[in-house]
Design a binder for this molecule. Structure first.
Ligand SMILES: *[C@@H]1O[C@H](CO)[C@@H](O)[C@H](O)[C@H]1NC(C)=O
Ligand SMILES: *[C@@H]1O[C@H](CO)[C@@H](O)[C@H](O)[C@H]1NC(C)=O
Ligand SMILES: *[C@@H]1O[C@H](CO)[C@@H](O)[C@H](O)[C@H]1NC(C)=O
Length: 822
C-alpha cells in the first residue's frame, strides 16, 4: 500500500483504540467470526492491526472461514494510514496473539472488489435487501457494486476455497468472486477464455497495472498493455480445458505442493508465481512464465528504455555517446529504466534521428505484428514519419537479402541485449528514436560516425569475449582431464545406490523399459525430478564406464538431455538424467491415445530443436560425437515442448580431424543410412536418420508400419511415389487441422527431409546447414534425388530387425550399454 503519505495521526489513534477493542473480544478465538451473512447487513470499515506484514497493513475482518486447511478472511484491507482500503479476500494460515493482541500472520490479498477505487476509514460494505453488494465511501458515494440488484439474493458466504459467493434461497450461486479474478487464483479457481489476470501497479500500489495474462485459443498469453499491447510470453501449446488451478496443476504446468495453502499470483513485474505456506511464511515454490530470453525477456525488467544484459541494466547509449540522449531515472536503481534527455516531440520531428543498438532484441515476438519483406531503409523511414513511433526493430533476412522484418514501437520497454542469445534469435538491430536538443551542436554526420565507431567497438568486444570464452573452455577441458571425476564442479554427481533407491522411492515409478534396463522417476531433495536409468548386469565394465560418464556429463546444450549423475558401486551401474515431463516424441507423433496431435508450429520447433542438438554433437563438441541411433524414442520433450536428444551413448567418439571411420553396424533398423552397406560411416548417418524422423513428424506415422498393407507400409517408398506425382500433401498428417493451413511450410520441410535422405551421403547437408535452412537463412538444395528407398536397404533392415540381438551383441559393449534402445 501507499507509504508516501504523511501519517494521519487521527487514524493511528483510532486504530490504536480499535486494537484495544479487538484484543478484548478476539484474543482467544479469532475464528469465532461467521463465514456467512444475510441481506440487510452493513459493516463499517474500522480497521484494526490484525495483519503482521512488512507494510504493517490493517484489516477490518467481516467474514472468516477455515479451521483446517487454508484460512480465508474477507474484509477491508488498508495501508497503515487507513487512507487506502480495499474490500477483498485474503488467505492466511497462522494467527497468534501477542501481548493479548491477535495477529494474522502475513495475510495475502487474493481478490479485491475496488482495486482501482480505494476507500478510507468509515467507508462501508452493504449487503442490501434488494440483493446488491455495495461499497460506499465515507461520504456515502457508491464506489463498487456487484450489480445483483433485483436478484433473489439471500446472503453472502465465504466458502472453504476462498470464494465469496452471493447465494439465493436454494443455495444457488448468484454472483461469485471466482468469476472476477484480479491478479491471483486459488485452488479450484479457473481462468477461462475471456478473463484476464491483471497485475498490480507495484507491491504497494494495488491498482490495475500494465501486465495482463489471458487464456485464448492460441495458448496462454502475457502482454504488457501498451498501445497496442505487446506480447512477451506465449505458452508453446494450447492446453485444452486445463484452466483450473488445482492440486499441483495449472495450464499444463506441474506445480509441487505440500499443503493446500497455495495461491497463484501474477506479479507486478509480469512474473507468474505460485506461493505456498511453509509454516512460517509464504514461500515461492514455482515460477511459471519463462520467456526464451530468460529474465531479460520481461518487458519491465530494466524499466523503459533500459537495456538488459546478463541481468544487468543500463541505458541505450551509455558507452557510445556518453549518455547524450538518455539518462537513468535513478542512478542507484538502474532497473527503474531510462528516459530521453530531450523528450521526443512531434513539433520538432525534423530534429530526430536514431541510435542503432546492434544485436539487440525486443521481447515482442508476436510475428503477426511485424511487417515482413521490408527493407531496412523503409523500416526506419516509416518510424521517422510517424511521430508516435519511438523505435524500430529490424530483423535482417539473412542470406544476403536486403529484405527483413520490421516492427514499429509506440512505447519502448526493456531492450534485450542479444549478445548472450545469439543462437536463439535472428540478427536484429533496434533503432531508438532520439531528439536533438540543439541541432547546431551535433551534426548528423557525427552521429553516423559515432554509430559506426560504436558498432566497430561493439563487434570488437564480441570477438574479444568469444576468444575469452573459447580460451576458458579450453582450459576447463584440460582441467577435467587431469582431475578425478568426482571433484570437478559441473560434472555429474556421484550417487550411492542406497541414495538412488531412496530418491526413486525404491524404484517404484517406472517411466520406460529398454534393452538394457529400466528408467525410473525420482525426486531430488530440492524437489527436482530426475530419470534414473539402470544398466543391469554390466559389473565388469569398470574404468571405461567412468570415462564414458565423463564425456557425456561434460556435454551441455539446451537440446541435449543432461546427465546429472551416476552410480558406480559394486555391480550397480546407473545413470541419472534430467527429467523430461512430456516423455518421448514417439508417443506424440505416432498418435498415442492420451496425447493430442501436435500443431504445426510445435512440430516445427521440435524439428529445429533436434537439428540444433545434433549439430552441436557433430560440430561444436570438443570431440565429434555421432549419435548412431536418432529416432523418436530417443527424443524427449519437456513441459514446454522443448525437444532434447537423449542417449548419445551408442555413439563412438571421434577425434575432430578424423572424418571417417569404419565400424560395425549399429542403430535401429528403419533409421539406418544406406552407407552402412559400404562401411563408410560419417556423421551423415545421423543426418539420414534425422531425415526419417522429420518425415515421421510431418506425416504422423512410423517409417515402417507393419499394421498397414504392403504398398502403404514403407514411408520412404510412398515419399518417392508422391514426389514423382507431385502430390506430397497427400502424406501430411491431418490429425491437427493447422497442418494444411501451413502447407507451404510443411512441404518445404519435406524437401529438407528429402535432402537429408539422399542416398549419396556426400549430398546430404551437415546438421548446421539444416539448422540454418530451418531458420530461413539458407535455401534448401533443390536438385534432389528422390530415389532414396532402395529396397535392399529396407530388406536388410527387416532382416536386421529379426537379428536385433545379434546386432547388439556385435556392438562394442561399452558404447551400447549407455543407451540401449528403449
Ligand atoms: C510479526 O510476527 C513476527 C513473527 O511471528 C513477530 O516476531 C513480530 O513481533 C510480529 N510483529 C508484530 C507487530 O506483531
Ligand atoms: C497507483 O497507480 C495508478 C496507476 O498508475 C495511479 O493512477 C495512482 O495514482 C497510484 N496510486 C497512488 C496512491 O499512488
Ligand atoms: C502511426 O500512426 C498511426 C496513426 O496515424 C497510429 O495508429 C500508429 O499507432 C502510429 N505508430 C506506429 C508505430 O505505427
Amino acid at each position: 500500500m501507499v507509504l508516501h503519505r504523511r501519517p494521519d495521526y487521527a487514524t493511528i489513534l483510532l486504530a490504536g483504540m480499535l486494537i484495544i477493542y479487538f484484543s478484548k473480544s478476539l484474543s482467544a478465538q479469532i475464528l469465532n467470526y461467521n463465514s456467512t451473512a444475510y441481506v440487510s447487513t452493513s459493516w463499517l470499515n474500522h480497521p484494526s492491526q490484525m495483519a503482521n506484514t512488512t507494510d504493517m497493513a490493517f484489516l477490518a475482518p467481516i467474514l472468516i472461514r477455515g479451521n483446517n486447511g487454508p484460512r480465508f478472511v474477507c474484509g477491508f484491507y488498508c495501508n497503515m494510514y487507513g487512507s487506502s482500503c480495499l474490500f477483498g479476500v485474503l488467505i492466511f494460515q497462522n494467527f497468534h496473539s501477542h501481548k493479548n493482541i491477535p495477529f494474522m500472520q502475513f495475510p495475502q490479498l487474493v481478490w479485491s472488489a475496488n482495486r482501482n477505487y480505494p476507500v478510507q476509514t468509515h467507508a462501508a460494505l452493504h449487503l442490501r435487501q434488494d440483493g446488491d453488494l455495495v461499497i460506499t465511501e465515507f461520504d456515502g458515494t457508491v464506489v463498487w457494486s456487484s450489480n445483483t440488484r433485483g436478484k433473489p439474493v439471500l446472503g453472502l458466504n465465504l466458502t472453504e476455497t476462498g470464494n465469496l459467493v452471493l447465494f439465493g434461497k436454494n443455495n444457488e450461486t448468484i454472483w461469485q468472486s471466482f468469476d472476477h479474478p484480479t491478479d491471483s487464483l486459488l485452488w479450484g479457481q479457473k481462468l477461462v477464455p475471456g478473463q484476464k489476470l491483471i497485475a498490480s501497479v507495484s507491491q504497494t500500489n494495488l491498482s490495475r497495472g500494465l501486465f495482463s495474462l489471458a487464456v485464448t485459443f492460441k495458448g496462454l498469453l502475457a502482454h504488457i498493455e501498451s498501445n497496442p499491447p505487446q506480447r512477451y510470453y506465449k505458452s508453446g501449446f494450447y492446453a485444452n480445458n486445463s484452466f483450473e488451478f488445482n492440486r499441483g496443476r495449472f495450464y499444463g504446468w506441474d506445480i509441487p505442493y505440500n499443503s493446500s495453502a497455495q495461491f497463484l499470483k501474477f506479479e507486478p513485474d509480469g512474473h507468474l508465481k505460485v506461493f505456498e505456506w511453509d509454516g512460517m511464511n509464504w514461500r515461492q515454490i514455482a515460477e511459471l512464465l519463462k520467456p526464451e530470453a530468460g529474465d531479460c525477456g520481461f518487458p519491465m525488467v530494466c524499466g523503459r528504455y533500459g537495456v538488459c544484459s546478463k541481468g544487468q541494466c543500463g541505458c541505450p547509449d551509455a558507452v557510445k555517446y556518453q549518455s547524450k540522449f538518455f539518462r537513468q531515472m535513478d542512478s542507484k536503481h538502474p532497473n527503474l529504466g531510462c528516459s530521453p534527455v530531450t523528450s521526443i516531440s512531434c513539433d520538432n520531428a525534423k530534429d530526430q534521428s536514431f541510435i542503432e543498438l546492434k544485436n539487440s532484441y525486443y521481447f515482442a515476438f508476436d510475428s503477426s505484428l511485424y511487417d515482413h519483406g521490408t527493407e531496412l531503409g523503409e523500416c526506419k523511414t516509416s518510424c521517422l514519419q510517424n511521430c508516435t513511433c519511438k523505435a524500430a526493430l529490424f530483423a535482417y533476412g539473412g542470406n544476403g537479402t536486403l529484405k527483413g522484418s520490421c516492427l514499429l514501437l509506440n512505447e519502448v520497454f526493456s531492450i534485450i541485449n542479444n549478445k548472450n542469445h545469439m543462437e536463439l534469435f535472428y540478427d536484429t538491430s533496434l533503432f531508438v528514436k532520439v531528439q536533438f536538443s540543439d541541432v547546431k551542436n551535433l551534426s548528423h554526420r557525427k552521429v553516423i560516425l559515432a554509430s559506426i565507431l560504436g558498432a566497430l567497438f561493439a563487434s570488437l568486444s564480441i570477438v574479444g569475449s568469444c576468444l575469452v570464452v573459447v580460451k576458458k573452455r579450453f582450459q576447463g577441458l584440460k582441467e577435467i582431464e587431469m582431475d578425478f571425476l568426482d571433484q570437478v564442479p559441473g560434472m555429474p554427481t556421484r550417487y550411492s545406490y542406497e541414495m538412488l533407491k531412496y530418491l526413486t522411492k525404491n524404484f517404484s515409478r517406472k517411466l520406460g523399459e529398454g534393452g538394457f534396463g529400466c528408467v525410473y522417476e525420482g525426486i531430488l531433495e530440492n524437489g527436482t525430478k530426475i530419470a534414473v536409468k539402470c544398466l543391469d548386469g554390466f559389473g565388469q565394465v569398470k574404468d571405461s564406464f567412468l570415462v564414458e560418464v565423463k564425456t557425456i556429463g561434460s556435454i551441455h546444450h539446451v537440446n541435449l538431455v543432461k546427465l546429472v549423475g551416476y552410480c558406480h558401486e559394486k555391480s550397480h551401474r546407473l545413470l541419472v538424467y534430467e527429467f523430461m515431463a512430456y516423455g518421448s516424441l514417439d508417443t506424440w507423433v505416432f498418435g498415442g491415445k492420451e496425447n493430442l496431435p501436435l500443431p504445426w508450429h510445435v512440430r516445427r520447433k521440435i524439428i529445429l530443436d533436434i537439428a540444433k542438438g545434433l549439430a552441436y554433437l557433430h560440430e561444436e563438441c570438443s570431440h565429434k560425437i555421432i549419435h548412431f541411433d536418432v529416432k523418436p524414442q530417443n527424443i524427449l520433450l519437456d513441459e514446454h515442448f522443448n525437444a532434447k536428444v537423449c542417449d548419445f551413448g551408442l555413439s563412438k567418439l571421434l577425434e575432430k580431424d578424423q572424418s571417417r571411420v569404419v565400424t560395425k553396424m549399429r542403430g535401429t533398423p528403419g533409421y539406418l543410412a544406406p552407407e552402412w552397406l559400404n562401411n563408410i560411416i560419417t556423421e551423415k548417418v545421423d543426418v539420414y536418420s534425422f531425415g526419417v524422423v522429420v518425415l515421421e513428424i510431418v506425416c504422423g506415422r512410423k517409417n515402417v508400419d507393419w499394421s498397414r498393407t504392403e504398398e502403404d507400409r514403407h514411408l520412404l517408398s510412398i515419399f518417392k511415389i508422391k514426389a514423382a506425382e507431385e502430390k506430397l500433401q497427400d502424406m501430411v498428417d491431418q490429425k491437427s487441422e493447422d497442418m494444411l493451413v501451413h502447407i507451404e511450410e510443411v512441404l518445404d520441410m519435406m524437401r529438407i527431409a528429402a535432402w537429408c535422405l539422399q542416398s549419396d551421403f556426400t549430398k546430404r547437408p551437415s546438421m548446421s546447414l539444416v539448422v540454418k535452412t530451418l531458420e530461413g537463412l539458407v535455401i534448401a538444395e533443390t536438385n534432389l534425388d528422390y530415389n532414396f528407398t532402395n529396397s535392399s536397404v529396407v530388406r536388410m533392415a527387416v532382416v536386421a530387425d529379426q537379428e536385433q540381438e545379434a546386432v547388439d551383441a556385435a556392438t562394442p559393449l561399452l558404447s551400447s550399454i549407455l543407451s540401449g534402445p528403449r
